[in-house]
Design a protein around this ligand. Sequence first.
Ligand SMILES: [Zn+2]
Ligand SMILES: [Zn+2]
Length: 284
Amino acid sequence: MTLFGPISLHGGHSGEFCCHAEDRLADIIAQYIQMGFRQVGITEHIPPKHSKFLYPEEIAQGLTVDHMYQRFAQYFTTVRQLKADLADRIRIFAGMETEAFTGYLPHVRHLVTEFSPDYIVGSVHHVADICFDYSSQTYREAVRACGSVKDLYMAYFDRQFEMIQAVRPFVVGHFDLIRIHDPDYTKRVLQPDIAQKIDRNLDLIKDLNLVMDLNLRPLARGEAEPYPAKSILEKIRSRQIPMVPGDDSHGIFQAGKHVDTGIRLLVKMGFDTNWPVPRLIELK
Ligand SMILES: [Zn+2]
Ligand SMILES: [Zn+2]
């Protein structure tokens, strides 16, 4: 069984359940339906395990770890309700996007047991417990904590390797997000020490039969290419790892955007556009 046509398996963050997103989840899903999507994966961020992982806007709104957990529980209630209500119009997969900060593994295990998501997007947004993609300032802090930009990349891909081995996410999210505030990323990912870690991680993804996120968020920001970068996409293609578009939408305006561009790119590169059906893989 495979899925056909426009799809996003990473996104649907909504203002209802995420402080750095906008709009109601029902309205975001209505947008997918209007754009002709017959299937979509919704993957809200998991709540933090510790208050030090709250984002500034969450702290500003007075949210605590407990509030965030309750809100996440409410997310699953809402997305499952929408899934049932809209079943004849769109197939919704109720997922979640993980983190890889210190202590994430027992936390993710607990969330999986508690909420039984349809599938997981496995992402790394923290290195040295610093959220490097939050701003160019936090990126610089992460560089300082690691020693150099190269060391930051090395630590990122090591953490990603460990996360993939432990969590076995159906979708590996924005594989090279670590390039986000690095203008020299095209050359950096070819640097032998870094390329070796990239190859190692891709081999693991292939061994575990996982899927990769063609993450279109950079296009929404006006950047030239999605995650992963072209040279990495070629490595993925040669390993025959499936890639599925993810708009990484954080509001109605971004929902489904650039998915057509993403699919054209995949077709041009010779990827299969019969999409695998998301499922939960048992954690190690
Ligand atoms: Zn987000
Ligand atoms: Zn993410």
